[in-house]
Design a protein around this ligand. Structure first.
Ligand code: SF4
Ligand code: SF4
Length: 141
């Protein structure tokens, strides 16, 4: 069985952290990143986010990269969902040919994989993400 790590190995090039785009943050992520930065959520939203369609999005710096990119992701431990699951995103489940589109932006991707194997990998990564989130936010007994 093909594993996600068989078809994707991050090359740390930072290309997916460049450009204005999809790094939205939800309430949990805002809380988590604010705590990691030792700041409050209001300051985090004003200093590190901008609004797009009414939703908070992490800002880009003048260099064109995400404000948290500095040769590595400086909030790696608490980075948002999109960054954690990337490049195994829902768009692949909708249309597996999106994998080839992402390949043109991401040198860590292998495309010699069937659509069936690919979608199984995407489902696995998304399920692992959900499981980790549940663990993290499990009510304490
Ligand atoms: S573009 Fe791909 S290889 Fe480069 S940092 Fe992003 S995920 Fe890693
Ligand atoms: S939060 Fe980290 S991984 Fe996500 S775009 Fe910014 S620098 Fe890249």
């Amino acid at each position: 069985m093909v594993k996600p790590s068989d078809i994707f190995q991050c090359q740390m090039c930072g290309d997916c952290c460049r450009g204005y785009g999809g790094t939205f943050v939800n309430e949990r992520e805002i809380q988590r990143i604010s705590e990691y930065l030792k700041t409050d959520t209001k300051t985090f939203l004003s200093d590190y986010c901008t609004l797009s369609g009414g939703r908070p999005l992490i800002k880009t710096s003048e260099s064109g990269y995400c404000i948290f990119w500095d040769k590595v992701c400086t909030i790696h431990k608490v980075k948002p969902r999109m960054c954690r699951v990337w490049p195994f995103i829902e768009a692949i489940l909708i249309d597996p040919s999106n994998w080839s589109v992402i390949k043109s932006m991401c040198p860590g991707i292998r495309t010699d994989v069937s659509a069936k194997e690919l979608t199984a990998c995407v489902r696995q990564v998304l399920q692992e993400y959900e499981r980790e989130e549940r663990e993290l936010f499990k009510p304490s007994t």
